[in-house]
Design a protein around this ligand. Sequence first.
Ligand code: PMP
Length: 427
Amino acid sequence: MKTDKSRALFKEAQKYLVGGVNSPVRAFKALGMEPLFIEKGKGSRVWDVDGNEFIDYVLSWGPLILGHANDQIINAIKHVSNYGTSFGAPTELEIEMAKAVVEAVPSVEMVRFVNSGTEATMSAIRLARGYTGKKKIIKFEGCYHGHGDSLLVSAGSGVATLGIPGTPGIPEELAQLTIVLPYNDIDAVEEAFRKHGDDIACVILEPVAGNMGVVAPPKEYHTRLRELTREYGALLIWDEVMTGFRLALGGAQELYEIDPDLTTMGKVIGAGLPVGAYGGKKEIMMHVAPEGPVYQAGTLSGNPLAMAAGLRQLQILKEKNPYPELDQKGKKLEDGFNYLIDKYGVKATVNRVGSMITMFFTDKEVKNFEDAKSSDLELFNKFYRLMLERGVYLAPSQFEASFLSTAHSEEDISDTLNAVEDTFKNL
Ligand code: PMP
């Protein structure tokens, strides 16, 4: 594969941008390779600056559920941009977008838009602390909730990929307020509540984890977590930045039938523009300024371009209900992976929920971050490079989810499986 232009751009980028990128995972550092610079995308495909074409399963790390450069989304952005890009004053579009979110996610009675998933989770934690008057929070190993100080402890995603245990710059005093527990282990939560129950403001989690690779707890886990948080007066925050509008219109909470107190959203609601949101019970949300004393603000929050793109995407998702189709495509990929794993005797396990999928290079069942970490990372890296050479752009880390969009065709999936077969022969 020819990558001369990407290599030249990466060299240039490193002079001005830290590590040549604006988000660490993009640098492909853990893969021991250099990143590809992307020129354009359409549907299920992206093209790099050297003209290589890929079937894309990254989809900007999840948001492009309708694929790249969807005509209706692009037209919505074009249309609204004629009237100006930002006012820092309320606009009607924000109400429409808020209504669409509230209608789609039953636990969300009121919402506040922000500009990223990080902002959403940071703000939700602040609200939980402000509302309960308690300081400690519970998060789980391998879950990633953005780079807010309280949440960067034992995090997944790029933190896991780069093997960073804790980040300098986060005061020990603050990190101590974050209780980190193994994911998908209810006994650990029961014990933490027994010990610290009076001090716990909230439990935050990815209801289906994507940032340690895909891991889905059983329903009983979520049910018990809901009971425990109610019992101890702690808020339950579901971080649906990845799963919201992706696993179902109502997110993972529609699948699991759980009623969290607060929900954080991002990525998918912006259709590729910078949007995040947090929302939940009216009684709790009314503690946010200007109604209440918990301060949170944003100059560009509710930006018309982002609202127009997000709203159009939500409307299409509602009209089309693409979820059964996405699930069926996901199943085809999963079945194909499993068939080839068996056929070639590769030590690998596939986890999937709907259109989120990870192939872990371990023969262990993967139920938490410890299990995910038992994966053979060297084998993953080799597999990854070979797949790239065969025109398939998967999530570039063992600790990430690959995503499907409505634009992925049956043929894309067959081509992907052929590439996997070819790659397995050469592992
Ligand atoms: N929460 C989850 C579950 C995420 O997957 C991410 C991003 N991968 C975030 C929060 C942070 O979102 P952002 O990158 O938009 O700040």
